[in-house]
Design a protein around this ligand. Sequence first.
Ligand code: NAP
Length: 285
Amino acid sequence: MAAKIIDGKAIASSIRESLKKEAAELSARAGRPPCLSVILVGDDPASAIYVRMKGKACAETGFESRTFTMPAETTEDALLEKIDELNADESVDGILVQLPLPDHINESAVLERIRPDKDVDGFHPVNVGKLVIGEKTLIPCTPHGIIKMLEHEGVEVKGKRAVVIGRSNIVGKPVATLLLHRHATVTICHSRTQDLPAVSREADILIAAVGRPEMVTAEFVKEGAVVIDVGVNRLPDGKLVGDVKFDEVSRVASKITPVPGGVGPMTITMLLYNTLQAFRDHVNA
Ligand code: NAP
């Protein structure tokens, strides 16, 4: 039977509606809207598009957004100074430095400079640590969006076998941690995993966050598994595909996310969610 397609766009849009409502109520009480500041260093066209999308999402949800564009030759010190300024600005709730940064800038030093309570990407080591020990924190957006999708779809996580392919700090490790906190039995796979199809076939919930076009074929998937495709890969002909071979896997899985229209729309939505969470804490609402 064909899998049910998980509509990330629709889920994201319903979450955004409730964020918009709550933002309006809180803004009226606090006397200012939630505010996200985004710093873009250099002129990478893809990064510029992402930053524009974030600004647009803020505007549509009743948030203020401020974008600071700095030239590619900006020094690390100048960037850190800008972060210090935004850290000190009481009207700023969230600070996001668009990645990747130019090679001469140390990414860790930059991410660690952002005040943890304004770290809406959830990449600061303090927030990563809190996530691991299960304390309330700002959770990285893509993994958080995946959990929200599973909740929305009524997918039972407790006691299930989850396999995450990919161990990056931004997707693989945090999504595995979140699934573990929800009592899944979690396996994390990577480029050195032996017999990946066999390990993946153990999954009731399979998360692919690899960055390799259509690598996950039907051979990787147990009948009835829920498959979440995080990958965003551009083929030479310009077509956008995920890490999962959608046509064949959707004949085996029970539920599956498409690319585009699956995990992608959830990521910016969870950035708004985190900005509102930071705002709530800052205005003590
Ligand atoms: P990443 O940092 O490049 O990590 C990729 C992971 O996949 C690594 O752990 C790597 O293993 C593993 N891997 C690579 N080749 C493999 C193979 N042949 N077999 C098994 N594992 C393999 O990527 P990422 O940042 O996590 O992103 C993953 C994908 O998600 C990308 O396509 C990215 O564009 C997409 N993404 C989408 C969103 C969204 O909002 N939709 C957000 C973030 C990322 P090693 O650790 O051993 O190298």
